[in-house]
Each structure stands twice: as C-alpha cells, then as structure tokens.
Design a protein around this ligand. Structure first.
Ligand SMILES: *Cc1c(COP(=O)(O)O)cnc(C)c1O
Length: 404
C-alpha cells in the first residue's frame, strides 16, 4: 500500500507552515523536496567522513573515498549500467549535456554535421549544442510536434541523414509532461548508426530508467529532481564512446601524469572529473535512490498518474481552460492557461493562497514560440503530493478565476 500520509512525514519542509497553513508544493518539475534520509546522509558525511577523496592516505580520506565510490556503484545499479566507470559525476543535467556536446563534439562534429532534437527541449538540451557546434556550423534539425503535443516520429526518421552526428532528446518534456518513445527513437537512430543522448531530468523521477534496456549512448539527470541534493548530476555514457572523447575540463583528479611538456589523462570515469568531486552529494543521491527504490518507482508513477488525472479532470471543468499537449502519454507535469489570465498573475495569486506552481517559459522558449505564447502555468506532482493538495490547488484556481 502506498501510504502518502506516512511518506510525507519524512519530508521536513512539507510539514512546515507558511502563514499558519501547510504550503502546497506542486513545482516538482523544477526541483523536489528532500526526505530526512537524504538530509541525514549530508549531515553524516560532514560530521563523520569529511576529507578530500582519492588523494589521502589517512583514515578519513579512505572512508570518504569508499563512500563516494559506493555511491557511484549504487547509481550504476539503479540505472542498470553494466559498469560503474560509465557513471560520471557532474553538476547537473546542464553540465552533463555541455560535457557531451563539447567533448564528443570536438571529436565527432565536422562542417556539415547535424544534430536532431525536438521542438519541446529544455534550453539545457539546445544551447550546449549551439555553443559546441558554432565552430563547425553544426545544424540543428528539429522534430516537429503533432496536434496533441507528441513528437512526429515519421518526420523524425526522415530527418536522419548521413550528416546526423547525434540525436538529443528529453525522455519526458518538462513543459508538456509528454513521455517520448525514447526506446523506439533510439532503435531508429541506431539503425542509422547515430548515437542518442537522453535528457532524463524529468524521466528519472517518474519512470524506471534502465540504460541497457534503452540502449542509450548517453543519459543525463540531476539529483535535485529525484529528491536528492542540489548541485550534483550524473552523466551515463557507453564506455566505448567515453573512451574516444577528450577530457572536458582540466585540473586535479583527471590526470595520470602532468609535466610542462605533456600531460596524460586518467582512466574512466576520472578523466572527466576534474577537481575535488562532490563526495557529499554523491552519498546523498545514493540515499535518495534508496528512498525511491524502497517505495518503488512503479508505485510512485501510479500514485502520480492518479493525481494528474484528478488535476486534469478538475481543470477541464473550468471555462476557458487550454492544455498544452493533450497526449495521453504523460507523466507528472501539466501545463495550461485559462482564458486570457496571464500565467504570471495566476502564479502570484496561487502563491497568495499557499500553492506553489511554476509560471513562465520553463526554459523552453522555442516551444513557447511554437505555441505562440510567452508562458504557461505548470503544475507538477511528486511522490508526496496528496489528493488534498490537488483539491486545494483546484479550489485556489477556481477562486483566482472568479477574481478576473
Ligand atoms: C530541469 C531540467 C533540465 C536542467 O536541469 P539542471 O538541474 O538545471 O541542470 C534539463 N532538462 C529537463 C527536461 C529538465 O527538466
């Protein structure tokens, strides 16, 4: 049984009152709250094992190193990666994609190269490619959307050409909540020998991510979106690809031998981890994955689907409602507008009623342009949201509508 009341008890922030009332947090696509076990892991690391890792011969350093490397193994197991040396620690999804764009790009992009992405990508999966591809004039080819907001797969396949250097695609859109058929898209790309990067920033918290089953070449996510710490992310890469790529940043940790004439680089994964790693964050992420695994990602997804269903049903009753994306393949995230109420006004008035949602362009301006909008209201659920949250949200929406 999924006991959401009990689960909530483990999140200190959710039990805090704002103006004497519990605050309804429904901005989980932006970031998630942290359970006590994650907070404890952070405190424990600093109180018991804090020391710089990999370099020290002393006890604390050995302990910290061991915990950091265990966390890497934990993440590999969670993602079903064959080998923990394909798990690279980075600062987040954004840095993970920058790493691939820059490093893979250096080796594999040439004049005429093309990259395929979709209309619904986060800026993090657009701008790094533009930056890295500038010198060779990398062209972005964009998969259009169908009426219901899902990707036009027939066009996708036609966009693939001998020029295609990479497909980069979000597993779940952070604006529309639409679940893209990434496994199928990867199969299609591989038929043409094109590698695929999956932006799993949303996917990681709403569905099982199995990198061997997906057969993705790269996959990126941020710990903070799956109840883990802020400032840490993971890049999974197939070893044979990572081996071909030059280092992303230079510094300590990533070297084998440095001299002023020539420096040789460390082996995987350290080649891509310059500087002191976030050995506190990695342990905290490991605790977050334990937390999610204990509840079961399938149970979480079922719970969230039920809440999303109630949100959509409730919103459908409201005159002037317009959903962005109506595909049934959705998870966790719902974007909408009501009549000509500005998304920003809606967000402010909901906040005044103790409900947190996101408004604006959601780091997806090309998608907003596609819909001819400046922004939307986005409500997104997490594993701790309740039916009461949904009712309070709908009530606040209805009250707001009567103010206009
Ligand atoms: C949040 C998000 C990102 C960016 O994640 P950061 O943690 O800011 O690096 C990228 N893509 C999607 C789909 C997201 O939801």
């Amino acid at each position: 049984m999924y006991n959401v009341k009990e689960i909530r008890q483990q999140f200190p922030l959710l039990n805090r009152l704002v103006s004497g009332k519990p605050y309804i947090y429904m901005d989980n696509a932006a970031t998630t709250q942290k359970p006590q076990s994650v907070l404890d892991a952070i405190t424990e690391s600093y109180s018991c094992y804090n020391a710089n890792i990999h370099r020290g011969v002393h006890y604390l350093s050995r302990m910290a190193t061991e915990r950091h490397e265990q966390a890497r193994q934990r993440i590999a197991t969670y993602l079903n990666a064959a080998d923990s040396s394909s798990i690279l620690f980075v600062r987040g999804t954004t840095e993970a994609i920058n790493l691939v764009a820059s490093s893979y790009g250096k080796e594999h992009f040439s004049p005429g190269s093309e990259l395929i992405l979709s209309t619904a990508e986060h800026h993090s999966n657009i701008v790094p490619w533009q930056l890295a591809g500038e010198q060779v004039g990398l062209k972005l080819r964009v998969i259009p959307l169908l009426e219901d907001g899902s990707l036009d797969l027939a066009t996708y396949e036609k966009l693939i050409s001998p020029q295609t250097a990479m497909v980069a695609i979000a597993g779940i859109s952070n604006v529309l909540g639409i679940v893209n058929p990434v496994k199928q898209m990867i199969e299609i790309a591989h038929r043409h020998k094109v590698p695929v990067l999956v932006d799993a920033a949303q996917m990681i918290a709403h569905s099982r991510v199995d990198v061997q089953d997906l057969d993705c070449d790269f996959l990126a996510f941020s710990a903070h979106k799956i109840y883990g710490p802020n400032g840490l992310g993971v890049l999974y890469g197939k070893k044979e690809l990572l081996e071909t790529m030059p280092p992303y940043q230079g510094g300590g940790e990533m070297i084998a031998k440095v001299s002023f004439d020539k420096t040789t680089y460390n082996e995987l994964p350290y080649k891509f981890e310059a500087g002191t790693p976030d050995y506190v964050g990695s342990v905290a992420l490991s605790a977050a994955l334990d937390f999610v695994e204990e509840l079961g990602i399938e149970s979480i997804a079922r719970h969230e689907a039920e809440l999303s269903h109630q949100i959509i049903e409730g919103l459908e009753q409201i005159k002037g409602i317009r959903f962005l994306g109506t595909s049934r393949e959705r998870a966790g995230v719902i974007s909408f507008l009501i009549g000509d109420i500005h998304h920003y006004d809606m967000g402010m008035l909901l906040d005044q009623q103790g409900v947190a949602v996101r408004t604006g362009h959601h780091c997806a301006q090309p998608l907003m342009d596609y819909f001819g909008l400046s922004g939307t209201v986005r409500v997104s659920v997490g594993l701790y949201n309740t039916e009461e949250d949904v009712q309070a949200f709908l009530k606040a929406i209805k009250r707001t509508v009567t103010m206009f």
